[in-house]
Design a protein around this ligand. Sequence first.
Ligand SMILES: CC(C)(COP(=O)(O)OP(=O)(O)OC[C@H]1O[C@@H](n2cnc3c(N)ncnc32)[C@H](O)[C@@H]1OP(=O)(O)O)[C@@H](O)C(=O)NCCC(=O)NCCS
Length: 145
Amino acid sequence: MSEVRIRDLTELDIDGITRVDERITGRYRPEVWEQRVVYYIRRDADAPKVAEQDGTVVGFMLGEVRGGEFGLDEPTGWIEFFGVDPGARGSGVGRRLTEALLDHFRSRGARITRTMVATRDREIDAFLRAMGFKPAPLTALEKPL
Ligand SMILES: CC(C)(COP(=O)(O)OP(=O)(O)OC[C@H]1O[C@@H](n2cnc3c(N)ncnc32)[C@H](O)[C@@H]1OP(=O)(O)O)[C@@H](O)C(=O)NCCC(=O)NCCS
């Protein structure tokens, strides 16, 4: 097995991300990932990242810099979707994807990065804390419709 390389996402990665997501969630959702990939590339083509090994996508991280949401004025790097193939975990791929995306956020003027994690997703929470994330002084609210 050769080295894992982190690079910018392209539209040719839709299949690879769909496959990684299927390995994680058990759901095959090509239309969902096509929509998301096109969205993030259109918003800022240099932001979203993939991890590739031997020509195969083994991880991805999608996000962008926005500002003004939720009364938060400062430009904020938002991490929104990520996943590492179960067979490629535990060797720093998630960390390298995060560092690449955060470097990009900094280059776009963001001084803070935010994300949300479901309370039940303990492993994702632990990963994000290992990446240096801490609970934010924000309250997540919801209402069924
Ligand atoms: C979370 C995830 C991205 C981690 O990927 P990975 O490549 O194994 O992570 P790394 O090897 O880079 O680990 C980085 C750090 O996170 C920690 N970490 C990773 N997974 C962890 C877990 N399940 N529990 C506790 N800590 C964890 C590691 O210990 C490591 O810490 P260290 O660098 O201080 O030693 C991967 O497990 C995954 O894709 N999970 C499913 C994600 C998902 O469901 N996404 C859908 C929602 S968008």
